[in-house]
Structure formats: C-alpha cells, structure tokens
Design a protein around this ligand. Structure first.
Ligand code: KG4
Ligand code: ZN
Length: 347
C-alpha cells in the first residue's frame, strides 16, 4: 500500500462531498486549522418544489450534473489534498451514490485515502466547523429525515435517547406546507406564515402525558389535515386561516419537541446541549430550547444558520476526526447504506 493510502496525503486539506438528499455540495477544509478553503452547494429545492417533495430519480440526475460542475472549481486544491470523504449513510440510495462514486474515483485517481461519513454525525460536527469538538453533550437533531435526541459521551460515543417512529419534525412541516399548497421545502415557509398567526385552533401535542421518550408527528399532521378539510368545506380556508393554522401547527410541533426534552433533562444532566439539522433554523424552536437550557443551567450551541441544512462543510469537518484516527476504507469496500439500523447507527 502506498504511503498516501496508509497515512493520508501530505497536503493538509480534506475534500468532503455531500449528496444524501437534494443538495449537491463540496467543501475543502484545512485539517489542522479547520479553515474552509472552498465551499459550494447547489440546491435542488426549486426543481423538487413543484412535486411537493424530493423525487429520487430527479435528485439522482441533478447530482450527476451538479457534482462534476462543482468539482471543476475544486481542481486547484487537488495537489494539496490529504484525503477524500463522502456521506455514505443514511440517505436516498440514488442520491448517495453520486457523491460516493465521485469520492471513489477521486481517491483512485489521486492516490488518496477514502473516508465514509455518517450524515447524522456530519450534522453534529456542524457545531464545530471552526474548531475542536468538545464532548460530552446532549444533541437534538431535527431534519427532514430524522428527529433524534443523542447523548454523546466524552469519548464521542453516541447513545440515542429518543427518536421518531413515523414522520420527522422537518418532514411534518414539509407535509403541512404541501397540504396548504405552499411549496417545498415547507419548514421556512410555514415558519414565515406562522409569524402573523393567532393560536385559535386546538391541535394535539403528540404523546402528551405519555411517559415514552419518543417522537411522533403523524397524528398532529392528520389533525391539521382534518382542520384544513373543515375549513375548505366551510369556504373559510383564506389567508388568515392559513396563518392561524400554521401558527398552531408550529406551536404544537415545537411543544412536542420540548415536552420530551424536558423529561430527558430530568433524567440526564447535560452541561452542554447542541441543536443541529435543517429544522434547527426554526427561530421559534430555538427560542424555546434556549429557555429550556437556561432553566437547566446548560450551555446551548447552534450551528451557524448557513450550515444547519445539508452541506459538505460538516462532512469534511466530521471526516477530519476519522482522518486523525486513520479510519480509511478502500474504494471497493465503501458501501452505501440508505437506512440506519438504530442499534448500530453510530458504531
Ligand atoms: O438537514 P436537512 O437540510 O436535510 C435532511 O437531512 O433531512 O433538513 C431539511 C429539513 C426540511 O424538512 C425542511 O423543511 C426543514 O429541514 N426546515 C425547517 C426550517 N428550515 C428547514 N423546519 C422548520 N422550520 C424551519 N425554519
Ligand atoms: Zn441532513
């Protein structure tokens, strides 16, 4: 095996690729200073908007166009690279394959070690883009694919404390936005609409009073669907009603997140708590979590707004940890794993 493949190239830069869903992104980060030397993301949101959600075949085709276009601009850094990394789990298989295959080809062509990154761990490292990671900490991950509360120990070992059995937090915003004909992705659209809304509809806070540490958003989504149908039948689904409904939905979804977290905070004493994932951009949720952490005497950390949603900077940053431990994988062995097995998700 060449020295590069065992120890990493001498250049000191790491190239990260993210293509797990509908964003094609490439980043180049300095492995020692964490300086982001190059960052680009081509989002497919507008292409999927008319379908009200991500269409896998379309996502795959768009990644195939976008990734090589970005790569052209990264070429000047090739001679300084130490390793190449790509998200290989979890995500849409047809999307993951675009980034993973590009990483494999680069690793082979440039004789560099290859690193596979778990997308969820990437989100955790969005908290530490510019510096060393500091664990232990609790983490709330709220994205389009996942809703999870994690307990990360001092050595970086991860325990999943709560997760969702059906829709995720972000996905529920997407589905309500689709019902209201707002477009995709729905998170920011619902948040904006909710700003002018009155809390006049009674919607259930899921699993309220249930001691299970679990999230579930499908019942709330159905309650909103029923309310929309009632309003439509009465000819009352006007802009005012949509605002009020968005407000009530956002309140209930965030109250559900808080309700279970309050219980978790009674069981675990976190000194630091991080909030990551695309939906962590929600300001209402941020406000509630900031209050919760203040009451618990716990420091709260958010990823920068620009890096809450999927991006390759967090993938490059997470890969630096693996580069330090020389956790490399050969191009023949790097597998795409679309679905996480929760028991072994972070092993
Ligand atoms: O992390 P991310 O970019 O992709 C996944 O890994 O899934 O998260 C995207 C999700 C979408 O469901 C989007 O609607 C949601 O994050 N989101 C929000 C907000 N901004 C994005 N949800 C609620 N409020 C927001 N402001
Ligand atoms: Zn994500």
């Amino acid at each position: 095996m060449s020295e590069n493949l065992q120890n990493g190239g001498a250049g000191g830069l790491i190239l990260g690729i993210e293509s797990s869903c509908d964003d094609s992104s490439v980043a180049v980060m300095d492995e020692r200073s964490f300086e982001l030397k190059f960052y680009e993301k081509i989002s497919q949101e507008a292409d999927h908007a008319k379908y009200g959600g991500v269409v896998p075949e379309l996502a795959a085709r768009l990644h195939t166009e976008a990734l090589p276009r970005i790569l052209q601009r990264v070429k000047p850094y090739f001679s300084e690279l130490s390793a190449v990394a790509a998200t290989n789990t979890p995500g849409l298989s047809v999307s993951l394959i675009g980034g993973v295959n590009m990483a494999k080809a680069l690793a082979l062509a440039l004789n560099l070690p290859l690193i596979g990154v778990n997308h969820l761990i990437g989100h955790v490292y969005s908290l530490f883009l510019g510096g060393e990671a500091r664990f232990p900490m609790g983490v709330l991950l709220v994205s389009g694919g996942h809703t999870m509360v994690l307990d990360i120990d001092a050595a970086g070992g991860i325990e999943i404390l709560a997760t969702t059995g059906d829709d995720s937090f972000g996905e529920s915003f997407d589905k309500i936005a689709k019902m209201l004909g707002l477009g995709y992705p729905g998170g920011a659209l619902i948040e904006e609409l909710a700003k002018g809304g009155e809390p006049r509809f009674e919607l259930p806070v899921p699993l309220k009073g249930d001691r299970r540490l679990e999230y579930s958003f499908s019942g709330l989504k159905n309650a909103v669907r029923v309310q929309i149908e009632k309003l439509k039948e009465a000819g009352e689904l006007d802009e005012r009603a949509m605002r009020d409904l968005a407000r009530c939905f956002e309140d209930a979804a965030c109250a559900h997140i808080l309700d279970k977290l309050q219980r978790i905070f009674e069981l675990r004493r976190f000194t630091r708590f991080g909030v990551v994932g695309g939906a962590s951009a929600n300001l209402h949720l941020r406000g509630l979590l900031t209050d919760l952490c203040e009451r618990a005497g716990c420091e709260i950390l958010f990823a920068p707004m620009k890096f809450c949603s999927d991006n390759a900077a967090m993938i490059a940053r997470a890969a630096i940890e693996k580069l330090r431990k020389k956790e490399f994988v050969s191009p023949a062995e790097l597998e795409i794993i679309p679905h996480l097995n929760l028991r072994s998700a972070f092993e």
